[in-house]
Design a protein around this ligand. Structure first.
Ligand code: PAZ
Length: 320
């Protein structure tokens, strides 16, 4: 790729349009952080789902990034369980904490309900216990301001929101945790090169030229939240590249850890690679017995991340 296709991260924000609700996101995030800081509750930003890259300003077509939002939604639940409050920045209509269990590939929302002869609706017997627990966990998290769920669709929605939320949360220093599981596009079409209206098939074959998305992890780690605990994710399909790419990312951006996973095995095994250049990747995997009992790997991942975050907070304290 030629050098002139690289855009400086800060220039991205002058050349692209912020989402309409950005000021609401900033206000809600500030309130959420203030409320949790008052009670000394640690906060994690979980990003989840894939970003879209529009091909037209009046968007009919777009390129999407793979991610159902499973990793992010389940991780948010385990962070809440571990005592964190969660800002869940997610792709609109992707999976959400607790709600995710009630729209699965096998069961749609209506499958959980039944009606009696007079037409009144109730939850089917076999789902009552788990649904009742999920409803109260979800409602309590929202009511107690322990869970805030802003959403994005496009890459630019995501990046503008990420920057603002990160700058606010970064003020908490080492107590803030960033868990960046969203699948973010590496390529995009800059505003001034995008077709205004729907691209016409009568014009023949379509050739796309896309610019490289600036590497936002760099300003995130170096200037938006320089004292915070940052975990990024790395997804690959060729296992021989995974560790090397994860280590390169740590070297380049200097954050605390990368969670590396493979497309087809991501629900059963991940590797945590720490920024110390010494240790071998820590493998976290589910046993066959755990898989059979529908155990979720995010339970193990979050336990380990919470340990690492606590050590990070303590090491920062002892440096002061
Ligand atoms: O959302 P999901 O559970 O289907 O997938 C999760 C994931 C693979 C998107 C996530 O674990 C991940 O690796 N995110 C970063 C992707 C990337 O390298 O851009």
């Amino acid at each position: 790729m030629s050098e002139n296709l690289f855009i400086h991260p800060e220039n991205y924000f002058t050349q692209n349009t912020p989402p309409e609700n950005l000021s609401d996101i900033i206000r809600n995030t500030s309130d959420f952080i203030a409320e949790n800081a008052k009670h000394g509750i640690p906060i994690v930003l979980v990003t989840s789902g894939g970003t879209t890259v529009p091909l037209e300003n009046n968007t009919v077509r777009f390129v999407d990034n793979f991610s159902a939002g499973t990793r992010g939604a389940i991780s948010a639940e385990f962070f809440l369980k571990s005592g964190y409050s969660v800002i869940f920045l997610h792709r609109k209509h992707s999976l959400q904490p607790f709600n995710r269990k009630y729209a699965t590939p096998e069961l749609g929302f209506l499958d959980f309900f039944t009606t009696n002869s007079s037409g009144s609706i109730s939850v089917k017997e076999q789902y009552q216990k788990s649904m009742s627990s999920d409803i109260s966990l979800f409602n309590n998290a929202i009511l107690q301001k322990r869970l805030y769920m802003p959403s994005f669709i496009s890459l630019s929605d995501y990046l503008f929101s990420l920057r603002e939320i990160t700058k606010l949360l970064g003020k908490l220093g080492s107590k803030a945790c960033f868990y960046l599981a969203a699948a973010v596009s590496d390529f995009f079409i800059p505003n001034d090169q995008m077709s205004e209206h729907k691209i016409q098939s009568s014009e023949g074959e379509l050739f796309l030229k896309m610019s490289q998305v600036p590497k936002f992890l760099k300003p995130l780690v170096k200037s938006w939240a320089p004292r915070s605990f940052v975990i990024s994710f790395k997804l690959e399909t060729d296992e021989s590249l995974l560790e090397e790419k994860a280590r390169k990312s740590l070297e380049k951006y200097g954050h605390q850890a990368v969670i590396a996973n493979m497309l087809h095995t991501r629900k059963f095994v991940v590797w945590i690679i720490l920024n110390d250049n010494i240790q071998k990747p820590e493998e976290i995997h589910l046993t066959q017995a755990q898989i059979d009992q529908s155990f979720e790997i995010e339970d193990l991942i979050i336990q380990r991340i919470v340990q690492l975050h606590n050590s990070f907070i303590n090491s920062e304290k002892s440096r002061i």
